[in-house]
Design a protein around this ligand. Structure first.
Ligand code: UDP
Length: 340
């Protein structure tokens, strides 16, 4: 299958590209390289030629309808994976303009062009942020979606648009609501690199490596056992694999429709527990200090992934937090020794 991977040079996108090639699909990557990396794609494309696959990178902007139309006009595409969007909860609170514009206009452009080209399968990167501050844990897909941040709101709107496209245009779509994607490919040549880095596990490891000042823990007065927020960390390779299963799922659907699935491990860890795991894995102390809460952070987000298990056949393969952190540690140490 030829799969358009919008945002394929980013963290999760590049792991996806590698997974597609492993499965014998041809990734067509569309990325403006504003936050994604050329080196990540070079790594992700490795092994394609041996399989007779010819992946491509098309540099363009999803916010420019001309670029997106061009993409579909010039080559056949069988399915779309949409990773192209900003995804930082607290940044979205400060810059709603960037988030509503980027997420909504980008998705509408992509849907218009895909519809024009009669591509009827889309997998959308959604988020646990669509749930806001849920009452029940673990969170099931049937829980109300009441986002509390522009990132969550805009992403929920895209889910609603996808649902309407099923009715109006015969689209088959899946939204994968990621919890906290983490870790790095065991090959050691693909991993997370954001500028600036805001995510917990990279920041913990960078603090250990002395690449950053001590870790700031954003709030220790949450209603959780140790006062720090609890999140569900899920291995990035397992997140990518969920998309392959979602592709199969869409192929099996006899009719247009929209489905949402949680992609999480089902277990939650506080910030302090993540730090303790990083200390176990690395054998080093994490230098840290307490700081104010970050805007938009709910106290607890833990997935029920039962629906993904039942309907997609998805089960995370890397289930231990220590193993997830070990994979990230290998990546960051390797990166410290040989930056791109
Ligand atoms: N966090 C923190 N210090 C950091 C980065 C994150 O205390 O340098 C906390 C953050 O407040 C949240 C959790 O770690 O409770 C996970 O944050 P991350 O940014 O990794 O993911 P998010 O849940 O925001 O998508």
């Amino acid at each position: 299958m030829r799969v358009l991977v919008c945002g394929g040079a980013g963290y999760i996108g590049s792991h996806m590209v590698r997974e597609l090639i492993r499965a014998g699909h041809t990734p067509v990557v569309f990325d403006n390289l504003s936050t994604g990396h050329h080196w990540a794609l070079e790594a992700a494309f490795k092994g394609a030629a041996e399989k007779g696959l010819e992946p491509e990178l098309i540099t363009g902007d999803i916010l420019n309808l001309g670029d997106v139309d061009d993409l579909f006009e010039k080559r056949p595409i069988d399915a779309v994976m949409h990773f192209s969007a900003r995804s930082l909860v607290s940044e979205s609170v400060l810059r709603p303009d960037l988030y509503y514009h980027g997420i909504l206009v980008g998705s509408l452009n992509l849907l218009a062009a895909a519809n024009q080209a009669r591509v009827d399968k889309i997998i959308f990167s959604s988020t646990a942020a669509v749930y806001g501050t849920p009452e029940e844990m673990p969170i099931e897909e049937s829980c109300p979606t009441q986002p509390i941040t522009p990132y969550g709101q805009a992403t929920k709107m895209v889910e609603m648009i996808l649902e309407d496209y099923a009715q109006a245009h015969g689209l088959k779509s899946v939204a994968l609501r990621y919890f906290n994607a983490a870790g790095a490919d065991p090959g050691g040549d693909l991993g997370e690199e954001h500028q600036p880095e805001t995510h917990l596990i990279p920041n913990v490891l960078k603090a250990i490596l002395g690449q950053t000042p001590p870790l700031e823990i954003f709030g220790n007065d949450y209603p959780t056992p140790d006062g720090t927020p609890i999140r569900d960390y899920v291995f990035v390779g397992d997140v990518a694999r969920a998309h392959l299963l979602a592709l199969d799922f869409l192929d099996r659907q006899p009719r247009p429709g929209f489905s949402a699935f949680n992609i999480g491990s089902g277990r939650g860890f506080s910030v302090m527990e993540v730090m303790a795991a990083a200390e176990r894995v690395t054998g080093q102390w994490v230098p840290y200090k307490f700081a104010h809460r970050r805007p938009g952070d709910p106290p607890v987000l833990v997935a029920s992934a039962e629906k993904a298990k039942k309907e997609l056949g998805w089960d995370p393969e890397v289930t231990s937090l220590d193993e997830i952190i070990r994979s990230a540690w290998n990546w960051f140490r390797q990166r410290a020794e040989s930056p791109a």
